[in-house]
Design a protein around this ligand. Structure first.
Ligand code: ASP
Length: 593
């Protein structure tokens, strides 16, 4: 039906006759001449309809915003003075010969260029209209280019695209499963995959050697910021590899991707052990664009007459750390109060600070509610953090976990508020993760997942599990974890030992992933892999603020789809077929609780 997209027109095509199909973006009546801004996924072109072409004019006259039109017309240069250099098609216009109304449109719930005036809910409810906005089209186009580039790279490297099941058993990635009742097996449920982890490992046992998949994953997580219950991974696995191989392949892939799609040459990817990342940045995904670091000051604070500091400084699990911000002495009381509230979100009970007004004046030159307790150590402290006039030093003192989370988050927030960024892109690899973490109970949890290989042997793992490191690696970019993976366990006795340390007994292990344990007996090769979060990657590359902006039909923070109104109730008939009886709702209980 069409010869050109609107956005493809330019002054080299003057006098050509073209056929456009698209939507009326704007319609203006200029004393007998009608101007239509016609829009399609490629852009906008101005169409002029004059009364001489009577039928075309009548149709243009009845067209309204978002009507679907087909236009046949001749391209001509816009008259001098009416050109619009800010618009890609701004030098030309199309003089219409034919205007056909392909469909009418009701008044849309919001004007595309006024989308900011309506809440995100309205945009999500009418997502098909929201997706007409050029910014949204641009993001989805970028997404398509990114997945195309990734596929082309991996195919070129001999990776095979293999699909794995969506109706399956639980795969342990640490979140809650989405369950699907089985009609043919009453009382039994499928789980939607949290990742293709176990299947990709089975493919390695089969000998497929190099696998990838752009895979949907499902995790029923609590409403944490910017997560989606279903999201997309670029999932990769290979056999006969070590950490270096997977890291090299995926680093090259990401480098090429940035080069191809954004024309950006990423800098070196430094490697940082997890322990360093936590101690220097309070985070296992440090944003290295921000030149602020945490400094340990426990040793200085052990004997100060200030329990808030001396307590954690002397406790095994405690930490006292300082965060110096160059030039930060100009922060106002109100700003500091805001930051104090902010770190409170992460469990910090306060935010101590020292402003360094004039170092030469000694204590006199410092301004701080706490410095009086530190007289004996203050010079050492200032030297250690390299304080200069005009700086502020913030402190965190608590359990190490709280200090890391609070100061880690404050560091990122200060970077943003004070625009401290020193680079556009700062990638790195975080390595040497602990195998396990404590989950508050006596039980250990796998930090990555239970199939990650430890860097030690079975005996060491069993005798000192808390200090065992894993062969896992995360790729981090600008403070976001782009992807994570590991070398896997391919040896049955090691797998059993890890499950044992996790407190997963033999019966439970058999019940949950007996099929993997079986497969490990039949010649499992050494293997490893990694999975990237495609949504986050696209978000970073497109500069979007949330992953919802780079997903065509996202869910809300409460895991619902406003467009289709999913999840929805089902008929009594369907429930009966599934052998499910719903518990009557208790009084005052909301649906879904
Ligand atoms: N399956 C892991 C995840 O989804 C990634 C991997 O280890 O390859 O986090």
């Amino acid at each position: 039906m069409r010869s050109h997209y609107c956005g493809q027109l330019n002054e080299t095509q003057v006098d050509q006759t073209v056929t456009l199909c698209g939507w009326v973006h704007r319609r203006r009546d200029h004393g007998g001449v009608i101007f239509l801004d016609m829009r399609d996924r490629d852009g906008i072109a101005q169409v002029v309809v004059d009364p001489d072409t009577a039928e075309a004019f009548a149709n243009a006259d009845r067209a309204r915003g978002e009507y679907v039109l087909r236009i046949v017309g001749r391209i001509r240069l816009r008259p001098e003075g009416t050109q619009n250099p800010n618009m890609p098609t701004g030098m030309i216009e199309v003089l219409a010969k034919e205007v056909e109304v392909l469909n009418t449109a009701a008044t849309p719930p919001f004007q595309l260029d006024e989308h900011g005036k309506v809440g995100e809910e309205v945009r999500l409810k009418h997502r098909y209209i929201d997706l007409r906005r050029p910014e949204m089209i641009e993001k989805l186009r970028l997404r398509s280019r990114i997945s195309h580039s990734v596929r082309a790279f991996l195919e070129g490297q001999g990776f095979l695209d293999i699909e794995t099941p969506i109706l399956t058993r639980a795969t342990p990635e640490g979140a809650r499963d989405y369950l699907v009742p089985s009609r043919t097996h009453p009382g039994s449920f499928f789980a939607l995959p949290q990742s293709p982890q176990l299947f990709k490992q089975l493919l390695m046992v089969s000998g497929f050697d190099r696998y990838y998949q752009i895979a949907k994953c499902f995790r029923d997580e609590d409403l944490r910021a910017d997560r989606q219950p279903e999201f997309t991974q670029i999932d990769i696995e290979a056999s006969f590899v070590e950490e270096e191989d997977i890291m090299a392949i995926t680093e090259t892939m990401v480098r090429q991707l940035f080069q191809e799609v954004l024309d950006v040459e990423l800098p070196e990817f430094p490697r940082m052990p997890y322990a360093d990342a936590m101690s220097r940045f309070g985070s296992d995904k440090p944003d290295l664009r921000i030149p602020l670091e945490l400094t340990d000051v426990d040793d200085l604070m052990k004997d100060v007459d200030f329990k808030v500091f001396s307590g954690p400084a002397n406790a095994d699990e405690g930490r006292v750390a300082a965060l110096k911000v160059k030039g930060g002495a100009s922060l106002s009381r109100k700003e500091i109060d805001d930051y104090t509230r902010f770190v409170g979100i992460y469990g910090a009970r306060g935010l101590a600070w020292i402003k360094v007004n004039e170092r030469a004046k000694g204590l006199e030159g410092l301004q701080s509610p706490i410095v009086k307790f530190m007289e004996g150590v203050v010079e050492q402290l200032l030297d250690r953090v390299g304080a200069e006039d005009g700086d502020i030093i913030f402190f965190g003192a608590d359990k190490a976990r709280i200090v890391n989370e609070a100061l880690g988050a404050l560091r990122v927030r200060l970077g943003e508020d004070l625009d401290l960024y020193t680079a556009d892109w700062a990638p790195l690899w975080v390595i040497d993760f602990p195998m396990f973490e404590e989950d508050g109970s006596a039980r250990l949890q796998a930090l990555h997942h239970p199939f990650t290989a430890p860097s030690c042997d079975v005996e060491t793992l069993k005798s000192q599990p808390a200090s065992a490191l894993s062969r896992a690696y995360d790729m981090v970019l600008n403070g976001t974890e782009l992807g994570g993976g590991s070398i896997r366990i391919h040896d049955l006795s090691m797998q059993q030992s890890v499950l044992e340390v996790l407190g997963i007994g033999e019966a439970e292990a058999r019940e949950k992933f007996g099929f993997l344990l079986d497969a490990l007996q039949y010649g499992a090769p050494p293997h490893g892999g990694l999975a990237f979060g495609l949504d986050r990657l696209v978000m970073l590359m497109s500069g979007a603020k949330t992953i919802r902006e780079v997903i065509a039909f996202p869910k809300t923070q409460s895991a619902a789809c406003l467009l289709t109104e999913a999840p929805g109730e089902v008929s009594a008939e369907q429930l009966r077929e599934l052998n499910i009886r719903l518990r009557p709702k208790a009084k005052g209980e909301a649906a879904g609780e």
